[in-house]
Design a binder for this molecule. Sequence first.
Ligand code: CMP
Length: 142
Amino acid sequence: MAEQTGNLTFGIIKPDAVRGGKTGAIIQRITESGFKLRGMKLIHMTHEEAKGFYDVHRERPFFGELTTFMSSASCVVLALEKEGAIKAWRDLMGATDPAKADAGTIRKEFANSIGENAVHGSDSEDNAGIEIAYFFSRLELV
Ligand code: CMP
């Protein structure tokens, strides 16, 4: 694992995209953009697990909606490696609100709304480490 090099980030393919059969197309976009997959698995979070993951947003008005949605069906969690991974993955995802996302981004192509926006990505190196550790054990990272 490329620990603390700034070259790792964390991603989620969210329930809307998994349910919609977009997992393969999104993985293809990720690998074609030069990311290496260091960890990948299908999970189905409990509501408590989703609340723990999004704890930083617990005071937001959308917290209930967000955590109910994220625990409503399966997600794919990803540990992604690329030089400048945090920014590269956020650029590939596009704006949180798909209506504001640039052409060619994953959210522009696959997302329905700000709440059901196909993918998640870490916003900093520190959070990438925390988020990868939330879902992956050391043995699950190659
Ligand atoms: P994500 O990158 O997973 O991080 C927090 C999530 O909260 C974000 O993507 C959105 O899906 C969600 N979110 C942000 N703003 C809103 C909002 N106004 N209404 C509903 N969900 C939101």
